[in-house]
Design a protein around this ligand. Structure first.
Ligand SMILES: O=C(O)CC1=CCC(=O)O1
Length: 278
């Protein structure tokens, strides 16, 4: 099989002080880099934050097809272009898969890792091939019609945050790019490589996530040496949107002070405006 070229580096944004420790944030299928908005204000106080867009999502051009390794090579090209060697990485779902692949295949680049509602294998490849075919044929309407039930708990699905993200999926994501990302999910299986990950890793799961339910998180934790698990009640697939303070606290706690972090990377107590995380 020919491997898709990495293509140009993805569209990205930069926030936080130049010279702060770099943190790269990867989004989930059907969302733009703004999915990280709930955590951005806090993260950019401590990190140089690089957020990137999937193909056909946000500002990244569509591709005909892709793979997780190709997406990961795009992230490395982005980091190279920004002069970033070693970085921390946090990703949601497919964005997490990209980070896990990088940590397994380029461990020298990943200082610390957070995988949110992600997996070593996102279920049967056939389901992703079917979704890709549906979107190529009918656009994103059918997928958007059912997204609320995957992304959010019933009590949150009508919130302004949920409504905005669902509107983005329906109106702004390019079907071709979305389908290409489904191809990437179909071809992804990192189960045999998890033990290669050396970065301190935290795995975050939404307790009622129907896409990557808690057993997916436990498989990651069991396979990645020394990984920790945080399971959040009151969250489905987009746990960082539904439980923003809890995910923010987890990110700051883990990324700032992984077990092998030098003292210079350790972060002081939360900013007073953040309140206490639940
Ligand atoms: O199925 C969805 O809509 C959510 C999702 C699956 C993989 C991913 O990145 O997001």
């Amino acid at each position: 099989m020919t491997r898709p070229p990495a293509g140009p580096p993805p569209h990205h944004t930069l926030d936080g002080p130049d010279g702060a420790p770099p943190l790269v944030l990867g989004p989930s299928l059907g969302t733009e880099l703004s999915v990280w908005d709930p955590q951005l204000a806090a993260l950019k106080r401590e990190f140089r934050v690089v957020r990137w867009d999937l193909p056909g999502h946000g500002g990244s051009p569509s591709v005909a097809t892709t793979t997780v390794p190709a997406l990961a090579r795009g992230v490395l090209a982005l980091a190279d272009g920004l002069g970033i060697g070693r970085f921390s990485y946090a990703g949601i779902s497919l964005g997490g898969a990209v980070g896990a692949w990088l940590a397994a295949h380029h461990p020298e680049r990943i200082a610390s890792l957070v995988l949110i509602c992600s997996s070593a294998r996102f279920g049967a490849p056939e389901a992703w091939h079917e979704r890709a075919a549906l979107v190529r044929e009918s656009g994103l309407g059918p997928v958007a019609d059912t997204a609320a039930g995957r992304w959010f708990t019933p009590g949150f699905a009508a919130s302004p945050e949920a409504t905005a993200l669902l509107g983005t999926l329906r109106r702004r994501i390019a079907p071709a790019g979305y389908a290409a990302c489904c191809d990437a999910l179909a071809g992804y299986d990192l189960r045999g490589d998890l033990a290669r990950i050396t970065a301190p890793t935290l795995v975050v799961a939404g307790r009622t996530d129907p896409v990557t339910p808690p057993p997916h998180a436990r498989e990651l934790v069991d396979g990645i040496p020394g990984a920790g698990l945080l399971e959040l009640p009151g969250a489905a697939h987009l746990a960082n949107v539904e439980r923003p303070a809890a995910v923010q606290a987890a990110l700051l706690g883990h990324l700032a002070a992984p077990p092998d972090a030098p003292e210079a990377l350790r972060v002081p107590a939360p900013h007073p405006s953040e309140g206490t995380a639940p």
